[in-house]
Write a protein that binds this ligand. Sequence first.
Ligand code: NAP
Length: 574
Amino acid sequence: MTISQDSPATAPAANGSTAKAKAPEWIPINEQPLYKPRKLRVVCVGAGYSGLMLAYKYKYQTPMDNFLDLAIYEKNAEVGGTWYENRYPGVACDVPAHIYTFSWEPNPEWTSFYAKGGEIFEYIRRTATKYGLDERVQFNSKVVSSIWDEAAGKWSIKVEQTQADGTTEIIEDAADVLVNGSGILNKWNWPSIPGLHDFKGTLLHSAKWDTNLDWDGKRVGIIGNGSSAIQILPQMQRTASRVVNYVRSPTWVSSPYSADLTPEGKNFQYTDAQKKELRENPEAMLALRRTIEDNFNKFFYSLLNGTPQQKAITELFQKDMRSRLNNDPVLCEKLIPNWAVGCRRLTPGDGYLEALQASNTFVEFQPIVRVTPKGIETTDGRVEELDIIVCATGFDVSFAPHWDVVGRNGVSLAEQWRDDPQAYFGICATNMPNYFIFNGPNCPVGHGSLLAVMEWTAEFVLKWCNKIASEDLRAVTVNAQATAEYNAYTQEFMGRTAWSSGCQSWYKNNKGADGKVTAMYAGSILHYKEILASFRTEDFDLEYNCTKNRFKFMGNGITQLEEAGGDLSFYVTK
Ligand code: NAP
């Protein structure tokens, strides 16, 4: 906003006396104290870890419930997001449980170092109930569109709500601020394999599991060797008559990951005595969490090309995989990558390499040609007859939102990001006023604690909400040039990381070994924290409700503290 400096200070009045003329920037005194916030409606999509983190910070740590009206729409019947939806056998977190925890709700009861999916879901649900975080959540409510209404300075939102009798209705809402906490790894896709749906047996996707599925004595084909397949295969192999794993890329399976924290580099159960100690001794609990967090943050150096840490971890993983594969020449050649550790998502992979060598398992490296009614045909002409096909083939990771997001001047976010998703620190997008995203493009989702990253993101979003409300901002939009510069710098940095070392991965939107890294951040999570905390408002275009004078929020010359009769000498402390 530019404010003209050239208005005359005085002008002759009609009666001949000299009266003060008003500058174009003149506005009457705003009869309220400094920074008095206006009411703001904030809508968040999704009640997984992100949405609940926002709900907690809003209610307890900021707190803002006196002027900010938060609504969370959740498409499922429960909180938990990915941990509510993913029910496949073996579903677990590949990050240690004690750092996959809300920082403000440590959990001494984790049963194992890497927790199972069901236990994580119960923890999230229990925590939401304990703190009343679900009070603001409307369940069975799927956001279907959000359109920026320029005249109103709000997002017009349509939500499809499913009633108890299964009928649906569309409700409408309007939000000053829209937050996307809907996650990236939940829009699952069938793979594009010819004939897939001609299969006469049971076809299912890892992310849409049928918990009644019985695979005892059955012939099972598992397509893929990402984190999901690596967890599923050892479970199914135990009782299936035959398991065929269709593998088209090598991958690092990393049992020595966090080796100094896990005896023998494997998952383990916490004993009753250990849990009792963590329950009764908060210092021990804190020390354990800090040790794991520290260990994970140091791992970042292993992701930087040419570091001694990268060399050491590569040698360690190579040795471990060779040993676990019993030096089998074919398996070692096909499964041990020649690209850097961490290029694709690392997984501890307990029992996976061992299960691949079981007598009832076959690893098929021949590419799939088609699925037939009876099984899977590979390029060598062989048809493997199967009863069950599991597509552990991943997700739509294009960052296109799950619903229509239409910002300024009718720009669709899906369209804007169709070929090249570019965000600002993974949180904001150009042309999308008052719009914030958890875990968007190029933010740290693959190293360090994701829960910490979500917490810092929630703080950043709420800082903006506070500024919008207390300075009477109408719209804040990340600046296009700042976003372009952020992305150019990010991509330059990617060249020195493991993520660009030649693998096919969802970090590159599955666009081939040379694809652009769209999912990862150009730095450690501590680097991310420090920049977010510096709250660079200079990278944003700000529009005020009062277009004549941005300082309307200065009010009547007193502060809210004074108006409330607070301690007027609070700043004298010594
Ligand atoms: P993913 O990492 O994207 O892996 C998909 C697998 O399917 C890859 O091996 C891929 O092969 C293969 N594939 C895809 N389309 C195929 C086709 N048409 N024919 C043959 N193979 C095909 O998916 P994901 O395993 O579900 O894991 C996704 C992410 O979810 C993980 O990286 C992780 O971030 C998260 N996750 C986390 C946990 C956890 O423990 N926290 C557990 C599961 C998942 P190519 O590699 O050759 O493309």
